[in-house]
Write a protein of this length. Sequence first.
Lengths: 378, 78
Amino acid sequence: MQATRLRICAAFVLLLIGRTAMPGVLPEDRADILYHLYEGGGVRIEGPSLLVRKQVGKSLSFAANYYVDMVSSASIDVITTASPYTEKRTQKSLGMDYLRGNTTMSATYTTSVENDFDAETYSLSISQDMFGDLTTLTLSYALGEDVVRRVDDPLFAEDNTRQHYGIGVTQILTRNLIMALNIETITDEGFLNNPYRSVRYLDSGSPVGYSFEPELYPHTRTTNAVGIRAKYFLPYRAALEAQYRWFTDTWGINANTLSIAYIHPWRDFTFTGKYRYHDQNGAHFFRDLFPRSEATNFRGRDKELSPLTSQTLKFAASYEFMRDGWNFLERGTVNFSFDFLMIDYHEFRNIATGAPLGDEPLYSLDANVFQLFVSFWY
Amino acid sequence: MNKSHIYRVVLTLLLISGLTACGSIEPWVKPYERDRLADPIMFLDPDPVSSAYIYHVYEAREGARGGEGTAGGGCGCN
């Protein structure tokens, strides 16, 4: 966990193992072998993700996922208050879908282990297709149990319980247009801050003018998100997709996220270009610099809780092969995806520059995210 | 159960009952008119292994979570 907190959680699993919105059918039998690489802000995270899904009989489909993050971090948090580190996180998931008539019931169990953080997640969802399969309604629930530890203190162990409630509606509107609405509420209760991270406060006794003390978060958080997306089939066989997400939480963060994507097939290739824009204000207990030690009841200097603007440019290409099948395989694709992520923090300052107190520049981060994966249908 | 929980449950029940009451609606896009929607370029989530990963990156790098995936979605990251 340490300073990156790039870990996978309940809803990632819902997304990964959960069914896609195809009316009255089980998800396709397929296997995906993915290599992912995130590099930016002094952090490098890479690893594989293997996902296999297989139908058994006419009503059951099983899915299994194995995912690894290998982290090497010298992020801004780490270089200013700690030492660079490496760690590994391994996640395993098992899921099942049961189709009965127009109803699909899904259950997933996930376990995630790293040297200072364990997580277990149980999730359930039910989907109902209606109105001649024009509409799919999905209700989902997930329960996550986390144990947070410290590598330098074997006696430190704190719990966190997370509950996720979701309602999703996918709607065919015309023969060229499909839309989806998702409403999600997630509640956390327990130890929510990073046990390693510190906040800084003005300290006239320090040569640099400030000192650090551990951050302290509220023990509860509830977030609400409403997302809507639409995908339109263009007259010349291409697709346009737009998405908007409104977000608010009990920590005072409000966010708006917009994206637009264009998908263009050409021969055996499919190309995708996407632009995504995200803007948020900060948590009410976030400060880059507190006026004194223990100045407020809750204190945080996590840059993700700062007001920030994030923009992403994406390019992806997919090549389909074995269109006529081979042996037991029906077809396959080779896929490459590159996301360029640019984040500007509006209050979090870069104290690693060594600039005098008050003159530190605002921090910004660029990250390259690569994915290379092969998919087989059988 | 607090007020917001009751509100959510009532909203869900109203939504389900409202949709059920409309069970006799004729599908205005017939099955034989859905060829374009069945094209893989129109899938809302054609590659779950990839989209789940990138949404996870967003959720780790930003303060917001949830609402961006297909049915389901979201993230419990702290």
